[in-house]
Every structure is written in C-alpha cells, then in structure tokens.
Design a protein around this ligand. Sequence first.
Ligand code: NAP
Length: 369
Amino acid sequence: MQTLSIILFGVGGVGNALLRQIMEQREFHRAEYGLALRVVAVCDSNGAVIADSGELDNAVLGSILAHKESGGRLRTHAQGGPQGDLVGIVDIAGRDGAVVVDCTASDATVPALLFALDRGYKVVLANKVPLTVDLDVYHAITRAGATGDFTRHLGRSRWETTVGAGLPVIVTLNRLVASGDSVARIAGTFSGTLGYVMTGLQQGKLLSEIVREAYDLGYTEPDPRDDLGGVDVARKALILARGLGWKLNMRDVTIEGLYPPSMDELSVPAFLEAVSQLDADFQERVQQAAAEGKVLRFAALVEDGHCRVGPTVVDADSPLGRLSGTDNLIELTTRWYTPNPLVVQGRGAGVDATAAGVLSDIVELAFVE
Ligand SMILES: NC(=O)c1ccc[n+]([C@@H]2O[C@H](COP(=O)([O-])OP(=O)(O)OC[C@H]3O[C@@H](n4cnc5c(N)ncnc54)[C@H](OP(=O)(O)O)[C@@H]3O)[C@@H](O)[C@H]2O)c1
C-alpha cells in the first residue's frame, strides 16, 4: 500500500469539500490505486489540528468539519491549538514526507510551500497567489523536483485548479508545451460572474441592472468590484503566460475592469448606484460589436508576449463568441491547433469540482518520486 501524508492549509469552501472527498473516496483509492491518504494536519488562519502520531482519522476530520461549519476556529477545536507558523507545522507534521495542500487565498503560505519543497515534499495549490507573486517563487514551485532549470511542470508540484477550477486547463497547456508545440495565442474567460454579466449585456440588459441582480443573488463577492475589476482573471492569465515560459509579473498584465478607478473609493451601496453611469457606454459597445457580427466578452488574452484582461470584441462564431452563461472556456491556438483552436470548456468554479481537481492532483503526486 502506497501512503501519502497530507498537510492542509485552509479549510474554507474548498478545503472543507476536499476533506469530505478524501473520506468518501478512501475505499476507492485503496481498492483501485493501492493508495492510503493520511491527513496529518489541518490549518485555518489562526489555528491548527495536528495528529500526535499516525493520522487524523475520520472521526476527528468529521469533528473539524462540524466545528468549522458552525463558525468555529481550529484553535478552539478540542484537539486544536493556535498556529502562527506554517513552516513549523510542515516541519513537525511532515515527518517522513508529505504533500502540502494550499487551499487558502493568502501569500502567507509561500515560505511554508518553499520549505516543504526544499525538504523534498510535494505541493498542490488551489491558491493562485503564490504563483503570481515573484517569478522566482513561481519557478521554485513549478520546477521543484524537475531536472535543472530547464524541465518544467514534471516535478513535485501541481496547480491545476488555479485556472478554471477542476477543468483540465494547466495540464492541457503543459502537454502542448512539453511536446514542443508553439502556442501562438491563448484566449479565455475565467470568471463565472463576469460571464453572467457579459451574457446579460448581450441579452440587452443594462450593466447596472445585471450587476445589481448578480449581487442580490449572491453571485458576486460581497464587494462586486472584486469580480468586476478583473484582478482575479489577471492572475489566471499570468499563470498561463508564465506556463509558456514568459517572464512576466502582475504589473505587466494590462487590466481593464468593468468600472473606472474613480469608483474605487465608493461604499458598496454607492458603487451599485454609480454603475448606472456606465450603462450607455456598454450598450453602445455591445451594439457596435453586433453591427460587425461580433460580441463583447470579458476575456484574457495571452499573445505576442503580452497579457491583457478586459472587455474584448470577439467573432460571434468563435468558441468564445458562442459561449453563454457562467462556464469558463479556454481557446489555445498553436502550431498544430490552427485555424481551429484546442478548446476546454465547462464549469470553472464550485467547491466540489475544485476539491475534486485538488484531490486528483494529490493522487497523481502520490506516484511521483
Ligand atoms: N471556491 C471556488 O470555486 C474556487 C475555485 C478555484 C480555485 N479556488 C481557490 O481556492 C482557494 C480557497 O478558496 P475557498 O473558496 O475555499 O476560500 P475560503 O472559503 O475563503 O477559505 C479560505 C481558507 O483559508 C484559510 N486561511 C486564510 N489565511 C490562512 C493562513 N495564513 N494560514 C492558514 N489558513 C489560512 C481561511 O481560514 P479561516 O477559516 O480561519 O478564515 C479559510 O479556511 C482560493 O485561493 C480560491 O481562489 C476556489
């Protein structure tokens, strides 16, 4: 039986779903893969539960889930305590090797991820932040365990769910890169909320009307500007560009959000009111595109050494142009995939689909030296 110890950072939506799926799939992984996944530590933002010896069994994991679901912090869990040092937790709980799974949205995990890789452990990220800070950190994570500086993506790390959640986006890109195919253009939509907004615009609704509706239905972040500003999409575009070997940083990504910087300082209610000032402009852009047989999408474009994120006019008859609703979609135009691009499309968010993608990364790494 192959065993792999898991240290989990973050037990919010995705971390919670991951622990459930690990428990649910235990028998399947034993029977079909000869694999036993042992959770040895679970951390939230200021607490942790660490196995004294052995692992946190289903009874303890179940109690952690119940504790978090009732609004508790791990420091107040019966077997929990404070945590201020993720490196120390990897040091103590890692013992004879482990995979560190980052389901936070924080940069505070970076030292612990690098420490784990330095120790020869493995890492899986749902968290985009470590891959979009310094290029050195990106390289240290994505090349860990690979030979020299040259071989990428084949080592002790996986980050499939950082772009398109459970969709096989990173693996698809990496396979193209590994074959020597040249990727000329990546175009994609990577936000369900922005997909919802652009679909509404195309149906003739006003921007202010759609944003209010999405906000009221809970489809947006508590501050809708966190979606509409496009920064999250820009992080995804940067991860893809870096995956092509481009030495870009966040400041190199051109971001055009759906609202101007002058609305940054408004309160949320004032912002929701002010959006109506943008209605006429967006109506005109949609109509202008339609007159040319095109449509407006909130797209990420990675092309000719540049990364751009924002409202983009695309052919109505292209995969991106035909997309409607909240799905994510990526078009990869390469030497071998032209003129028709390679396309991956589907649900690009959701804690269960994302946790399943993380679990798949973990299982894959269990069989990597
Ligand atoms: N949700 C999705 O559909 C989806 C899809 C693809 C990728 N992702 C990515 O997956 C990650 C997790 O998403 P989520 O929806 O699960 O977020 P979430 O519900 O906000 O959970 C985040 C978790 O991280 C913990 N955390 C924050 N800072 C920490 C630190 N310094 N050390 C240890 N734990 C820390 C939080 O602790 P507390 O519980 O104490 O607050 C919380 O448990 C994010 O990076 C997100 O972008 C999410």
